[in-house]
Ligand binder design. Sequence first.
Ligand SMILES: [Ca+2]
Ligand SMILES: [Ca+2]
Ligand SMILES: [Ca+2]
Length: 303
Amino acid sequence: MKQLKTATDIVSLCVIGLLTGQASALSLTLIDGSVGAVAAGNTLTAAVQAPASGINVDGSSIIYQGTAIQGQTQAATYTGFSLAPSSGSTPTLNLGDGIFLTSGSANIPFTNTTNSFSNALLQPGSGSNLLLTTLSGFNTNDANALSFNFTVDPGVTSVSANFIFGTDEFPTQSVTDIFGFFVDGVNYAKFSSGELISNTPGNPTNFISNPVGGGLYSIEYNGLTKAFNVVGILDSGLPTHTLTIGVADTSDSIYDSGVFIGGLKAGTATGGGGIGTTPDGGTTLVLLGGALAGIAGLRRRLA
Ligand SMILES: [Ca+2]
Ligand SMILES: [Ca+2]
Ligand SMILES: [Ca+2]
């Protein structure tokens, strides 16, 4: 079993940041499974929101699905997400503070050590997630999900957050993990092509390759998305709304993926919702709309 992130690890990353000219360094505060689902859910709910988010969470409704074993850590809060490429023209990946949900371990190395970073949990507290299973069309395992109910002030029509998804399934694996951002039960996390946020065989161009030995980004995942803003539209007919953010393995339990997500806040967007590449704006929002709602059903596997 991997140990919790040590001070030495964090110091090491800070050194890397200085060497690469980064102004800040990614720091994870791991959530040990033994703290219990209530404490984990409360911590993550607080950390995922932007200051003065405009989202009034019903604290009694918070549900955290994740590992419940001492010494194992499936989720974390993070600060200082700024990953600059060591070479080439790929973008520096910047993201505001938030939470880190994974289909395995949140205790990830701050370098790419292997093509198969893999943690199968299969234990109490984790397992399948119905929303993610329905979205992917495959059974899900090692789900790591945060759900809660909330209300908003009059005039608020949407909620948004910023995220980066990473996976060690890129580019070789065909049984691929999934990330969902469900507002009132509808997933709004899809690439502009309509593909789900998943290393499906059909969407390799949506990921930045971070190969072992390449040293491009100081993180374990072999593939990373750019920073995206996701906007979900509230169901105006509901007095109380529901948000679920989650990741999971599909079909198997191996090869980790994770989502860094934060800056959750209320907004006034209308239309179809979706994702755009402006982390804190929405001015480049890609409106997906209902026309693409059936794309999920087109997802296929090679094996
Ligand atoms: Ca797993
Ligand atoms: Ca890796
Ligand atoms: Ca996996």
